[in-house]
Write a protein that binds this ligand. Sequence first.
Ligand SMILES: [Zn+2]
Length: 411
Amino acid sequence: MGLDPEKQSLREEIERLAGILEEVSLFIHAHPEEGLREELARRKLVEVLAAQGFTVGPGPEGLPTAFVARYSQGGGGPRIAFLAEYDALPGLGHACGHNLIAAVAVGAATAVRRGLERFGRPGTVLVFGTPAEEGAVDDAGGKVYFVEAGFFDGVDAALMAHPSSRNAALGELSTGRVALEITFHGKAAHAAGAPHEGINALDAAILTFNAWNALRQHLREEARIHGIIAEGGVAPNIIPDRARIRMYVRARDPDYLEEVERRVRDCALGAARATGARVEFRYTARTYQSVMPNRTLARLYTDNLAALGVNLDPSEPGGGGGSTDAGNVSRVVPLIHPYFAICPRGTPGHSPEFARAAATQEAHRAALTTAQALAMTAWDLLRDPRLVREARAELEGAQGARNGGSPGSQP
Ligand SMILES: [Zn+2]
């Protein structure tokens, strides 16, 4: 495996960081914090990045557990952002392995920073600490805030990697997601004595679910509608005056996602009309777009991983998949969000088994190799600005196609 001397030096740098990275990962794993409350994780990451020579500052306003770490050299050159996640799941701890995402970002960014210094190349390395990726908390979607606040303006590539039970470069099975809370307001009354005086908010919620069940037959295969009744009254002898649904709509295609969201709302409006209840809609998280992986970057990553002796698993058919706020980033900056295997094939994500796997030796070895491949991918871009332009042209082509223009047209 003939790595050139510069890439070999990045690789060795990450081996030297192994102890620090494992400590960061295990610390975050041992102190699971839900989205927007990741204070300990933030403090730990900021401390380590500052010690590695990064200048650390705040993230977008209103996102106190975000951060930005930066190192610039030579005034110019490509600007590469590594994305760190570090939020946990309620009740399950790090069952999505975000402790490892954070360690990979710190490792790759530190190695690239050292590389710039050692080999005298111009460029900027950033680490964006992006909280609340999991939709379990209200107002989730840290990366969407980064996008909206302009943090990705002028960034040439965004790189991250997510633990999984398999190795995959593209992660193209992700879906977009709308997170809605639907509240029906009715009127309480004695359920036996004066039911005709009441307006049943729970009935409106149940009718909404039944309307969705009827709608499903007429949706494309990629669409998902799923939810819970979070509130449905207080006692059997009181007509429920309030009922609350929490639900997600998912689809890959952003236009179709909008269309399904509209039809889902229509079902609730119809149920409100049928029962006389009043309906109120609220987004509980930012809308996530599906990931549009950059194939130029994915090719570089795949080649670098192969040079490190790791081959990707064959892609699996299927139209489902979870959602991530990395999707919103992928629509403004060339991004890759590959998966790296930390446990046997088929181990379910968001499970206690996955949480245990995220703290093993095997997981940390996989994280080191992933950090090396990501650092080498960043290095390809820093050394050859033509690749930066190629990745950007690919993104603009995709944007042009989505806006109805011809591939390759400017946005
Ligand atoms: Zn995750």
